[in-house]
Each structure stands twice: as structure tokens, then as C-alpha cells.
Design a protein around this ligand. Sequence first.
Ligand SMILES: [Zn+2]
Length: 257
Amino acid sequence: MNKIGMGSPRTVDLANGVHAILELTTIGDHHAANVGIVTTRKALVFINSGQTEAQARAIWDYAQMAAPRREMTYLVLTHHHLDHCFAASYFDDRHALIYGHRSFSSCMAEMRKHLGQHDYQGMLMEMLKMTPETFRTTVGNVHPVAPHRHVAEELSLAINGEEIAIMHLPGHTRSELVVYHPRSKVLFAGDAINTKAGPVTMFGQPKDWQQWIAGLEKLQKLEIEKVVPGHGDIAGPEIIDKHIAILEKKLAAAAAK
Ligand SMILES: [Zn+2]
């Protein structure tokens, strides 16, 4: 069933209290980003928020069902692109502690300027070419939120004895973060990994892609069994090697010009 502002999401139980929600779409087949959930003894950790109020509610309700009565809520925004973070206010309203890279807000400001818009609603309407009426009925009453806590290069959270490692992995954008959960060996890669479209390099230059490769090479050293990408299906760790190979090809092509 395709619900307004939600699409037909698919939930995946990755075991060890880890879940992913895939195939969220906003309007038409405009897909929103995947969402990850890590549940600990007393907390819920969300990786990205969805784009619409309906998505955020579905994500929230699913987590409450998977792990009821948790006392603390965290939300990590992998970057400032609106398909990943637009519904963050839904989680803010429910007292989530929100993490993002320290460049998140300046990247967001740059994007707003680039789109020639004054507010979040205008940005999303411009991006998805929607009318105010469609915005009202589809997106609903949500908006991005500036992170409460800033991540620089790396940050390790200890939540009820579980480690959640947040790492800066720029390249797709300057504000890109990935989240690694050592206990389950799951990596939530944001748009550092995209199994739908491959690495989306249009927001950067060859020097950014070099940084991207360096970041992915660091991930190769981690024990990873599953990768939840920003978009597309869940993959094994070999997707990291594939992204490096594609980025190297793009670099070589750019150098040959
Ligand atoms: Zn993105």
C-alpha cells in the first residue's frame, strides 16, 4: 500500500536489535533516504529521519514496537541533504538528542542560497518541484533541525554499554557522517555508499573524491558484515571496495581531461 507522504517502506530486522527501513518515497517516485535504527537496553538510536511527517511517524512507531519503553532517543543526521533530515523536527519534538557534522548548518545555509530560498519549506518545494498544497498534504508539519551536538572527525558514544561510532566521511558532501555499530557489525553509510545509483559525485570535486576514497579505505579496516546505504538495498562489505573502484575510475577520467 502506498500511503501519501510515505511510499511503501520495507522494514528489515538485521538482528541484534538493529533495523533498517528502506524504500521510503515522498512524491511520485521521489525516494527519500533509508533509515537505520539501533535499539539498546534503554535507548533508541535513529540514523536519519525520513523526509515527511508520515515517514517519521512510521519510523517512530516501528521503533516503539521493536523496542518499547526506551528512555533515551538519539538521532544521527548523516548529512544535510533534505531526503535524509527533513523530518528531524518530529524526533526533536520527542526529545531526541540530535548529532550532525559540525559543517551541517553551514552546508545547509549554502544549499538554501544555491536554491534561492528563504526557508526549509521553500527549499524542499524547489527541490521536488511541488506546490504549497502538495507540501501541506504530503510533507506535513516537519522541518530540519540544526544538530544539538557536533561531530568533528570521530565520536564514540557509549549507550548502555554499547558503542556507536560516528565517523566523518566527506566526499558526497562535506557534512557526511557514517555510523558503525560494532556489536552487530552493521555500518549505516549515509550517502558515502549508494547501492541504487553508485557514488553520487556531483556535489564535489576530484579532491573531495580523493577524501572519499581515503574514508572508505578506513572502513575497509573495520569488521563489517552488513552495509545499510543511504539509498538502495542492504549490501555486504564488498560494496565498499566497489565504491572505491568506481571513484578511482572517476578520478582517472577527470585527470585525463
Ligand atoms: Zn545526499
